[in-house]
Design a binder for this molecule. Structure first.
Ligand SMILES: NC(=O)c1ccc[n+]([C@@H]2O[C@H](COP(=O)([O-])OP(=O)(O)OC[C@H]3O[C@@H](n4cnc5c(N)ncnc54)[C@H](O)[C@@H]3O)[C@@H](O)[C@H]2O)c1
Length: 353
């Protein structure tokens, strides 16, 4: 594909994740921020001002008719991802769409289909694939640093303070197990190279304004085809601690990731920390992973590579579909109080996409 010196970029969804994207790319030498869009006028105006976008709109379609728009970043809630992605692809725009790619497998299958057949590129924002800390740990696990099978312990629990409204909007569409679990089920499959064979879990609704059909704390337990097992624990709420555990244990050792922000203040400039403890000799190694270049920037750079080197979007889209599938089955397992065998549940029409 022809290299464009400056890509005309539009952001749809001026919230937390929209800001994370623009913080990392608004000064990118190949980016011309054409516009920002949000259903809420004040948010669109505020973002246009903050990131010096040339324009703003409450209707993203305004941008799809313009020839100077090449890339649309979608950072809205999951129920709108398919509609906006479809409109962008039909208008000949490249898409970087936030995860989870959709709130259900039917929409997700259509996004995989669209992305696999479009002339333009579609990348779903599974940011950990572009995070150098996770890339490094993935290499270590796959290279046998801790042996196999592995136990994967992962939690992401957040005390919500001033962003509760935004979490409630998400909870109306997907549970915390689906919303962030897509990252960690993807990590389990990516690190082991194995398929998820079954999922079970539990959830609890702990706050009165959480919609009655869902929960704001939950956990899924996953078994993989190589004998590895893992759990993902998620919680959003006023009574939650801020906790972030990422640990991988095998017969030959243990790896733990500590995010920069969870390290003592005097160590934070060193970036993220990876600790590797070997068994049985107890030898310990530590790796500091520079975090000055953010994964959101690397992810955007990967989209540019997809465009300029004509990279196939299919493998990633299929991986992310699988991760979503497991979390949706995990959600079902939580609601039905049983263990679900994943492979039998696959939709035949997307297996061979
Ligand atoms: N990759 C990550 O690590 C990560 C982290 C947080 C959130 N997310 C994902 O990002 C997405 C957005 O989450 P958030 O936390 O930024 O939410 P948010 O509430 O902070 O922002 C969402 C914004 O989208 C706007 N919006 C909704 N529908 C729209 C539409 N059809 N057109 C234009 N604007 C629309 C809302 O008004 C709101 O301003 C979700 O899919 C979420 O799962 C990803």
């Amino acid at each position: 594909m022809k290299r464009i010196m400056k890509y005309g970029v539009v952001l749809v969804g001026c919230g937390y994740m929209g800001a994370t994207h623009l913080d990392n790319i608004s000064n990118h030498p190949q980016v011309n921020l054409i516009g920002v869009s949000d259903l809420v006028e004040e948010k669109a105006k505020e973002f246009a001002d903050r990131y010096q976008a040339a324009s703003w709109s409450t209707n993203y379609n305004d941008y799809l008719v313009r020839d100077d728009v090449h890339i649309v970043i979608i950072a809205t809630y999951p129920s709108s991802h398919l509609e906006i992605t479809r409109a962008c692809v039909l208008a000949g725009k490249h898409v970087l769409c936030e995860k989870p790619m959709a709130p259900n497998l039917k929409d997700a299958a259509e996004i995989v289909q669209l992305g696999s057949t479009a002339k333009t590129k579609v990348l779903v924002g599974h940011i950990l694939r572009h995070n150098s800390t996770f890339q490094r740990v993935g290499e270590m696990v796959r290279d046998g640093a801790i042996g196999s099978p592995v136990v994967m312990r992962m939690s992401q629990i957040k005390k919500t303070v001033d962003n509760w409204k935004s979490h409630l909007a998400l909870l109306n569409q997907v549970s915390p197990i689906v919303d962030c679990g897509v990252h960690y089920v993807d990590v389990m499959r990516w690190f082991t190279g194995a398929e998820v064979v079954s999922v079970s879990g539990f959830g609890q609704r702990l706050e009165p304004d959480v919609p009655e059909h869902t929960y704001n704390y939950g956990m899924i337990n996953v078994k993989l085809s190589d004998g590895s097992i893992g759990y993902y624990e998620a919680g959003w709420g006023h009574n939650m601690p801020n906790e972030n555990l990422k640990e991988f244990i095998g017969p030959k050792g243990r790896i733990r990731i500590t995010y920069r922000t969870h390290r003592p203040l005097e160590e934070q400039h060193l970036g993220n920390l990876i600790e590797l403890e070997h068994y049985p000799d107890g030898r310990k190694e530590e790796f500091n992973i520079d975090f000055s270049y953010k994964p959101t920037g690397s992810q955007f750079q990967y989209l540019i590579r997809m465009i300029e080197e004509n990279l196939d979007p299919k493998p990633y889209l299929q991986e992310f579909y699988r991760a979503l599938e497991v979390t949706i089955l995990g959600d079902k397992a939580i609601h039905e109080g049983r263990t679900i065998a994943c492979v039998e549940q696959r939709l035949p029409d997307v297996v061979n996409l």
